[in-house]
Design a binder for this molecule. Structure first.
Ligand code: ATP
Ligand code: MG
Length: 419
């Protein structure tokens, strides 16, 4: 029997992996320019952490976690999201104590859900978490930064920012009660999940993907009227900031987010280009979470973007770099010299992609490989070149002829061919 990858687990072949690498390096560079510092976090955490922080009643915790007992009998879970682990780490190392932090992390998350295009059981996220800043200015800066990230990736025109405020605890409670009043008489039109949420977390019904439930949403009471003055002012200030910085957005009172821990600002960047897997980035404020985990209260705001969905958006836009800039073709007897020349070229120009033919192969088949590698130029080293201390440089893409030059003149000639 052939062994295949598990359902929902992807192999990222080199072309696809190149897109992920492109996104990660672009985004990482931009985060640097806003003073975010990268943090590395474990993939495996105590199950209790997610149950407590993400919320017992959420779909993620109820249905989607890869949870198991390890060999010492501890109840552990492959992280389904990054915020809980980041808050845990920040507390464990005293990072939220009397200081502000702008942190980011990248890596795989695991959720047992129904795989489809843009939805996998292992997927990549880049996440940011900021601690110690309560004002709307950091929320605004974060959204401005995301706007710049989309511009840098070339997808600004394909994404929209949807923004909402959840208010604070009391407002959420009042709104939850209003939702119970609204949905209870219509509970036969909800699915099982919806009926369960009606008892545990009514707000989350608004996030449902069930058609019958969605049909009830147009008349649902809006959260806006329940939000208290302080949260309202925070939100208005955020909006004013965004207007001033010319970051476009729409207010969507139905954005509630899938995880329990949010308050005040919540947002999603969505796209029409990916069918139903339309959210590429989501986040918001979670001012109570640090305290929830036993720390001294510290305001916090963060987001996570899904790299798999961004990669799908870039598939037709991103041209991966060629495997090689220079391909070294050599006779067997000249192989040691070929390896030496290749090293010299890598020293000569940082980042130059140099591929040396290894193994058997006539010149003809080596040139086929050189062509397929995308290289601009081949450097040929045979017995005669070794004896004369020369190399032959052959442009692969233009009309110009090959030239044999002293090895010391190779770099100058290559510089012309590579322009
Ligand atoms: P959705 O509503 O699509 O299930 P979510 O609200 O569960 O998304 P978050 O927990 O906010 O997602 O995660 C942030 C981002 O991570 C999402 O906007 C999405 O881009 C990405 N993401 C979440 N789940 C998956 C998945 N199973 N496969 C691929 N990407 C995902
Ligand atoms: Mg989800």
């Amino acid at each position: 029997m052939k062994v295949k990858a598990l359902r929902g687990m992807q192999d990222l072949l080199p072309e696809k992996q190149a897109i992920f690498r492109h996104i990660t390096s672009r985004v990482g560079e931009l985060l640097d320019t806003y003073g975010y510092r990268q943090i590395g976090l474990p993939l495996l955490e105590s199950t209790h952490l997610f149950a407590r922080l993400v919320g017992d009643s959420t779909e993620v915790v109820q249905k989607q976690m890869y949870t198991f007992e390890d060999k010492s009998g501890d109840d552990v879970t492959l992280r389904p999201e990054g915020t809980a682990g980041c808050v845990r780490a920040a507390l464990e190392h005293g990072l939220t104590f009397n200081q502000v932090q702008r942190l980011w992390y990248a890596g795989p998350m695991f959720r047992y859900e129904r795989p489809q295009k843009g939805r996998y059981r292992q997927f990549e996220q880049i996440g940011c978490e900021c601690f110690g800043m309560a004002g709307p200015d950091i929320d605004a800066e974060m959204l401005l930064m995301l706007h710049r990230i989309w511009t840098s990736l070339g997808v600004t025109d394909d994404v929209n920012l949807e923004l909402n405020t959840l208010g604070d605890t009391a407002a959420r409670k009042r709104y939850s009660d209003a939702l119970v009043d609204y949905f209870s008489p219509k509970s036969d039109q909800l699915d099982d999940d919806g009926r369960r949420l009606l008892k545990t977390n009514p707000l989350r019904i608004l996030d449902s993907k069930h058609e019958g439930t969605k049909a009830l949403l147009p008349d649902v009471p809006t959260l806006t009227t329940f939000v208290d003055d302080e949260a309202r002012t925070h939100f208005d200030e955020l909006r004013r900031n965004l207007d001033q910085m010319q970051v476009p957005y729409v207010v969507n009172p139905r954005i509630v987010r899938g995880l329990d821990y949010y308050n005040r600002t919540v947002f999603e960047w969505t796209t029409d280009t990916l069918g139903s897997q339309g959210t590429v980035c989501g986040g918001g404020r979670y001012d109570r979470l640090v305290e929830e985990l036993g720390g001294r209260s510290a305001p916090a705001v963060g987001f996570a973007m899904g790299l798999d969905r961004l990669a799908l958006m870039l598939e037709n836009k991103f041209v991966p770099p060629a495997e090689a800039d220079v391909f070294i073709v050599s006779e067997q007897v000249a192989r040691p010299q070929a390896l030496v020349v290749a090293e010299k070229l890598r020293n000569w120009r940082t980042g130059l992609r140099v591929v040396t033919h290894c193994g058997d192969g006539k010149f003809k088949s080596q040139f086929k490989k050189a062509d397929a590698s995308g290289a601009q130029v081949a450097v040929i080293i045979g017995e005669s070149e070794i004896q004369a201390g020369t190399v032959t440089v052959k442009p692969l893409r233009g009309q110009s002829d090959q030239q044999t030059v002293n090895e010391s003149d190779m770099a100058d000639l290559l510089a012309q061919c590579l322009e």
